[in-house]
Write a protein that binds this ligand. Structure first.
Ligand SMILES: Cc1ncc(COP(=O)(O)O)c(C=O)c1O
Length: 372
């Protein structure tokens, strides 16, 4: 049988594993930070009506510039943004890929702050760039000093800051992002995939865009919007950044079907975002019960929590799986990441956690990596 290594594949791809989070159907999937609530029926009805007029036109290519959709995205974000400052692609993964293709690439360096989203290094390297890392501080926080020191040391072309950060839930303030921006002359990509789950009123990096063409804010409809299956990510930035990305995107990358369902979803934004407050409640419920049971939970502004204190995270993962519950073993010592589910799903996880704790006590703080 032919193996990957038998092919004349790129040297830097040899020995690599593709993104491979399990997709087995389970009763309680809490492993990929999806929104567990279905698309509301009224929105589905509107989508079907609009699709009826779009489907016969699929013989033609879609609007390559998806102008209407970008108008809707600008309206949704507010902040005085206009259509020309918005761009979208098939998920924010593709948005990030396009940004790296335009601003990273061979001979360039991208700096990130792990633990963070596992696809950042993959996408940066996929563009041909080098990936470099600097550690986070206490409780996974980023400080101005930390980011400026890392930029001084690594001299990157692009810095990626994820806020709230996946997998820790940690928020990073605009002051820190601004400090990063002012410390070098490269691009600052702020990945705000989970920002709608932060406390209402929390400032977004969108506030930093006026007068700063080197800042890009990446967002997605996959999380708070409960629209992961539609694949719609987007960014807001100076209109020139959009022009840069046009140089690397594939023509007609956003299908007419994607464009129309995303437009309808945005028209129904308040309805689509209806369950965000409920998910914050579920997130906090997981955090407080896990703490009562003796675990430590990093403060989270997202729809998931990182729970520390599992002596054997893999064994705990298997224990939950046997109960039809999928959580995420992120490879952080003693930790598992758990997404907020419906109240019933959260109950199922917390019951299982309680039972697991009876058989395997949480690791005391003195022996945990995160407290050293
Ligand atoms: C921080 C972060 N950014 C981007 C993404 C990509 O999401 P999508 O491609 O569905 O927009 C994810 C997905 O989990 C994520 O956690």
């Amino acid at each position: 049988m032919t193996r990957l290594d038998d092919l004349p594949i790129r040297d830097d791809l040899r020995g690599k594993e593709p993104y491979g989070e399990p997709m087995d159907p389970v009763l309680v999937p809490l492993n990929v930070n999806e929104n567990p609530f279905p698309v509301p029926a009224a929105v589905v009805r509107d989508m079907l009506t609009e699709l009826e007029s779009v489907l016969p036109t699929l013989n033609r290519y879609p609007d390559r510039e998806f102008l209407e959709l970008r108008e809707h995205l600008a309206d949704y974000l507010g902040h005085g943004l206009v259509r020309d400052q918005l761009w979208a692609a098939n998920g924010s993964n593709e948005v990030l890929q396009q940004l790296f293709l335009a601003f990273a690439g061979p001979g360039r360096r991208v700096l990130g702050f792990p633990p963070s989203y596992s696809m950042h290094p993959e996408l940066a390297r996929g563009s041909g760039a080098d990936w470099v890392e600097a550690p986070r501080g206490q409780d996974y926080e980023l400080t101005e000093q930390l980011v400026v020191d890392a930029i001084t040391e690594h001299k990157p072309d692009v810095v990626v800051i994820c806020t709230p950060n996946n997998p820790t839930g940690t928020a990073t303030s605009n002051d820190v992002i601004l400090a990063a921006h002012d410390a070098f002359d490269g691009m600052v990509i702020v990945d705000e995939a989970y920002v709608e789950f932060a406390e209402p009123g929390t400032p977004s990096a969108l506030d930093l865009l006026p007068g700063r063409p080197r800042v890009v804010v990446s967002r997605t409809m996959s999380k708070a919007f409960a629209f992961a299956g539609a694949r719609l990510g987007y960014f807001a930035a100076d209109a020139t950044v959009v022009d840069a990305v046009r140089l690397v995107r594939l023509p007609y990358h956003l299908s007419a079907v994607t464009q129309v369902v995303a437009k309808v979803a945005l028209r129904h934004a308040p309805n689509m975002l209806d369950e965000v407050a409920a998910l914050r409640t579920e997130r906090d419920r997981i955090a407080s019960r896990a703490s009562e049971l003796g675990y430590r939970v990093a403060p989270s502004e997202a729809n998931f929590v990182l729970i520390h204190g599992f002596a054997a995270p893999r064994q705990a993962f298997e224990f939950f799986l046997a109960r039809d519950i999928l959580v995420r073993d992120i490879g952080i010592p003693t930790a598992l990441r758990v997404s907020a589910g419906t109240p019933e799903q959260t109950d199922a996880f917390l019951d299982a956690l309680e039972d697991y704790t009876k058989s395997a006590a949480p690791v005391p703080p003195s022996e945990r990596e995160d407290t050293k």
